[in-house]
Each structure stands twice: as C-alpha cells, then as structure tokens.
Unconditional design. Structure first.
Length: 417
C-alpha cells in the first residue's frame, strides 16, 4: 500500500468534505448501521439456541458490544478523523504497516458486507417480483453509490427515511406482541447459561455497525463531542429495540417455531395481525437492506478517502480527491463500489462472510489495544469523551472489549473449524 502521487500533491488546495451532520443525523446513521438487515434474520437463529431467554442474549451481546463501542467513542474524541481505525492503530503503535493492515481488513469487511446485504436485498425483492438475483444486487450497489457520490446530505436524508422504515417495522413487531411480555419466561433457556452465551455470541454480530460511525467524523459538526455521543446513543437505542422485539417475538410465536423460520419478524407480524402485516414487515426488510448497503458504501469510502491523504500515503492520493461541487470523495466511492462487485458476482458468500466477521474481530482487538496503550503512554492526551470506570491509566472497558473480542474470535474460528 504505497502512495502513487508525488509530494507535490497539495491536500490544502483541494476541496474538503462538507460538515453537515449533527448529533441527530450521526445517531440515525449509527442506528441504521447497527440495525442493518441482521435482526430480520438472526432473531430466528438466536431463538433456536436461547429459547424464550433470547432477549437476555441480546442484552448480554449489547453489554459486550458496548465495551468496544466505548473504546471507539474515546478514540474518536481524541482523533476525530474519517480514517478511524487506521489512525487509532497508527497513533498507538507507531506502525504504518499495522495501521495499513487494519485499514485493509476494514475495506475487505466493508466490501464483503455490502455484497452480502445487496444479495439479501435481491432475495427479498424476488419474493415480490421475478428478478434475477445478481443483476438486482448490482443495480442496488450502483444506485447507492450514486447517492453516495451525490452528497452527504442526500445520503443522510435517504438514510433517515430508510432507517425510519426499519424502525417502523420493528415497532410493528413490538406493538403486536407487547401484551404478551408478561408470559415470557426470560430466564428459561432450554440449554441453560451456555445456550444463552452462544446465542449472545451470534447476536453480537447484529451490533457491529457502531465501529463505522467514526468514518463520518469529517462530515460532522463538532465531531469531538458529536461522534462519541452518537456511538453511545446508537448502541443504547438499538439495544432497547432489539430487546423489545425479542420479547414480543417469543411472546407471539412459540420459540421452537420461531427458531426454525428464515423470516422470523414477518412470521410474528403475520401470526399476530394477519397476512397483510406479515407482508408489510417483509417489504420493510427491503428498505432495511437497501439502507445498509448505502451506509456501508458511505463508511467504507470515507475510510479509503482518509487513508489516502497525503499525510499518510498508505493509498494513492488519487483516492483522497474530493469533487469540487458535490464535496464527496468520488474516487474512493468508485473504488469501493468496484471492490464490491466481484463479491456480488460470487453469489454465495457464506464462507467469505465468515472470514469477514473474523477480520472485524481482529480490528476490534487492535482498537481496544490501541486505547489501552494510548491511555498508558499519553494519559493526559484526551478529547471530550473518556470511557467510564477509569482506574489509574487503565480503561477497564477497553480491557473487557479486548478480552471479549479475543474470546469471540476464538469461539468463531473454533466453530468454523
């Protein structure tokens, strides 16, 4: 990963990204990243493991996710830059190569995740109309990339609308099932505590979007304060939604039936309120997957843009260029869209997606380790947010995040083997 442009390239003369995201927009962006499409499918798999204790599994996963989320919040406050993970690792370990590896892992995860969700969108769409899967997925990537290029305000407005649709779908499930909460045996897991822990490991992947909120730091007003608050608010908001949805789901449908369903939320809505409600939730899954593709493309392209800056020279500075009118990193957007296409063409991404999840856990290990080292080496160099429960120079939440990320990685690799 070496720069291709000469030292004469002037970053100062180039237009900058447009700062137009406030706390509300950044939080909605984060909620959209975290909600994604996962909850519309993963709930069934988690319920098959945890039974009526699935809500507890979501809560445990949220606690585990919040450890690393707090590390991102503090690091984003110290370094409010769109290159996020790259700069955290580079600052902490003074290693350009390790930082570049972190960035490569992030871009790989972004491309694979975008392709996987685009294919899921095409799958949902085919249930409404006879469309070929791969061309439909490619069309979505192209359309979302165009919105990404057009401007961060356009992306934010569309994200707001689609996230509202996602949340509305979850509220439908909560509404039809909230009256059954009293009958749910929250502590009754068929496989006991190990089953809840295993389900929590699975559910953890429904929270992973929080790490990408930092990539819009340079398009956010007062990012030192706004980005950390957006991370915390996004995790808190989605946790409440996830737990409420899980309670309603197992309250309406027997956990064994729910655990065997590939479209669990549509099943819950259809069971409680009829076929029309089930179809509505299935349609909202389209909005959810489209939104996830958009924000994954935005976050990954901003990481590429940041790493390509002339101050780093870890990617050709071509990819740090900003369109003078649209104020978006058009070359980075094109690169990320192009990197996504081959994975869409693969079609079946099961094994590749597993590798991407493992790669992201490696990034989480590095990010938590970066905060621990920075706390020790530069204890007074802090931004506007500090992770809680500080003990001397140690951030216990970062230590917990490091240990849980390693544990998840070991469990994930072990299960894959």
């Amino acid at each position: 990963m070496t720069g291709a442009d000469g030292p004469g390239a002037s970053e100062a003369a180039a237009p900058s990204l447009q700062r137009s995201l406030g706390l509300f927009e950044a939080t909605v962006y984060g909620v959209g990243l975290i909600l994604g499409a996962g909850i519309y499918a993963i709930l069934g798999e988690a319920t098959a493991l945890a039974g009526e204790a699935v809500a507890l599994a979501f809560l445990v996963a949220a606690v585990v996710a919040s450890f690393t989320g707090l590390s991102y919040a503090e690091l984003a406050s110290r370094f409010p830059k769109g290159e996020g993970d790259y700069v955290y690792v580079r600052e902490a370990f003074a290693s350009k190569r390790l930082a570049e590896l972190t960035a490569l892992l992030r871009v790989f995860v972004g491309a694979v995740s975008t392709a996987a969700v685009a294919l899921a969108f095409a799958g949902y769409l085919s249930s409404f109309a006879p469309v070929p899967t791969v061309p439909a997925a490619l069309a979505l990537v192209a359309a979302a990339s165009f919105v990404n290029y057009w401007g961060i305000e356009a992306s934010a407005r569309l994200n707001l609308a689609l996230t509202a649709a996602e949340v509305a779908g979850l509220f439908v499930v909560v509404y039809v099932g909230w009256g059954t909460w009293g009958s749910v045996a929250v502590l009754d897991a068929p496989g006991g505590v190990p089953a809840v822990v295993e389900a929590a490991f699975l559910v953890f992947f429904a929270y992973l979007g929080f790490g990408s909120i930092v990539t819009v730091a340079e398009e956010t007003t007062d990012p030192t304060r706004t980005i950390p608050r957006a991370i915390v608010l996004a995790i808190a908001t989605t946790t409440v939604l996830y737990v409420a949805v899980a309670l309603s789901a197992v309250g309406v449908v027997d956990w064994r039936v729910l655990g065997a369903s590939s479209s669990p939320l549509a099943l819950v809505a259809g069971t409680a309120a009829g076929r029309a409600a089930g179809s509505l939730v299935a349609a909202i899954a389209l909005a959810s997957t489209a939104n996830t593709v958009l924000i994954l493309l935005v976050s990954t392209s901003r990481l590429v843009y940041g790493v390509a800056k002339s101050e780093y020279r870890s990617l050709p500075t071509l990819f740090s260029r900003v369109h003078p009118d649209r104020r978006t990193p058009y070359a980075a957007i094109a690169l990320v869209a192009g990197a996504t296409v081959p994975f869409v063409l693969v079609g079946d991404l099961g094994a590749v997606a597993g590798v991407a999840n493992a790669a992201l856990l490696v990034v989480f290990v590095l990010v938590n380790a970066a905060l621990l080292k920075l706390r020790y080496d530069r204890p007074d160099d802090r931004g506007g947010f500090t992770a809680p429960l500080t003990v001397g120079r140690v951030a216990p939440t970062a230590l917990a995040g490091l240990l849980t990320a390693v544990a998840l990685l070991v469990v994930y690799v072990g299960s894959a083997g």
